[in-house]
Design a protein around this ligand. Structure first.
Ligand code: ADP
Ligand code: ADP
Length: 229
């Protein structure tokens, strides 16, 4: 079974402010096997965020179907949404909340019962135990990114989606983040990561799709793809 199935998905953004309509995705089909570490690679403007935002329920697709852990996002919206945790590109966090508070709020939003919350375990996993009681505004960029990973994991989704997780993160923190995400994958979480760094996809992913101008240019195991490049 697949973790995610994207079939013939098209997204046309409406014309606005004098700009014409924009076909951001054009007949995209991708299958992401359960347990895989999948990389969605492509230049800026290729349509990666649009695809992630459709899965996250933040953007409405124009046509096509998307199934997440077997749930159609049109007919089983909430089940589909509960099956993924999305780590957004932006590092927005409420400045005067602590990591512990933010994780508690998130757990509340997702209806995770108090007895099932794993706040300390998750904080430890992302290396924020020492910062658990510090205001988010005092955290570095790398720490904020890790806190966003922690937030996405609160409801223990089988799939974790990371949108350009290392954009603007220095090389040392990038390595740390990679190690943490690799560990999650080894523990069974399916990972979908978007990036415009080939190096990042090469290091981490077992399967890679290349998306360019809203279309899938290639989608295959990393080994065969790298042999052709
Ligand atoms: P409207 O004025 O039609 O309500 P906005 O201009 O507020 O829409 O745009 C909605 C969102 O889409 C904003 O977050 C904006 O940054 C984003 N957006 C709009 N056009 C583009 C574009 N061409 N590329 C990337 N993002 C865009
Ligand atoms: P990527 O994440 O690969 O950089 P995006 O999905 O952000 O690509 O953008 C794909 C295309 O759609 C770009 O041309 C972008 O300008 C456009 N786009 C993104 N969001 C909007 C929006 N809200 N309205 C209009 N155009 C948009």
């Amino acid at each position: 079974d697949n973790a995610i199935e994207i079939r013939d998905v098209t997204k046309v953004y409406a014309a606005r402010h004098g700009q014409g309509e924009k076909r951001a995705l054009d007949g995209v089909s991708i299958e992401i096997p359960r347990g895989s570490f999948f990389g969605l690679l492509g230049p800026n403007g290729a349509g990666k965020s649009t695809l992630i935002n459709i899965m996250a329920g933040l953007v409405t697709k124009t046509s096509g179907t998307v199934r997440i852990w077997g749930n159609d996002i049109d007919t089983a919206e909430r089940a589909a949404r509960l099956a993924i945790g999305v780590v957004p590109q932006e590092l927005n966090l409420d400045p005067f909340f602590t990591p512990r508070e933010l994780l508690d709020v998130q757990a509340g939003l997702y209806g995770v019962p108090k007895s099932e919350r794993r706040t300390d375990e998750i904080l430890h996993l992302v290396g924020l135990t020492d910062k658990a009681e510090s205001y988010a505004r005092t955290l570095s960029g790398g720490m904020r990114r890790r806190l966003l990973v922690a937030k996405a994991m609160v409801h223990a989704p089988p799939i974790l989606v990371l949108d350009e997780p290392t954009a603007g993160v220095d090389i040392e923190l990038r390595q740390q983040l990679w190690e943490q995400v690799k560990l999650l994958n080894q523990q069974g979480t399916t990972i979908l990561l978007t990036t415009h760094y080939l190096e990042e996809a090469e290091e981490l992913c077992d399967r890679i799709a290349i998306i360019s101008q809203g279309q899938v240019a290639a989608c295959e195991p990393k080994k065969t793809l790298l042999q052709r490049l």
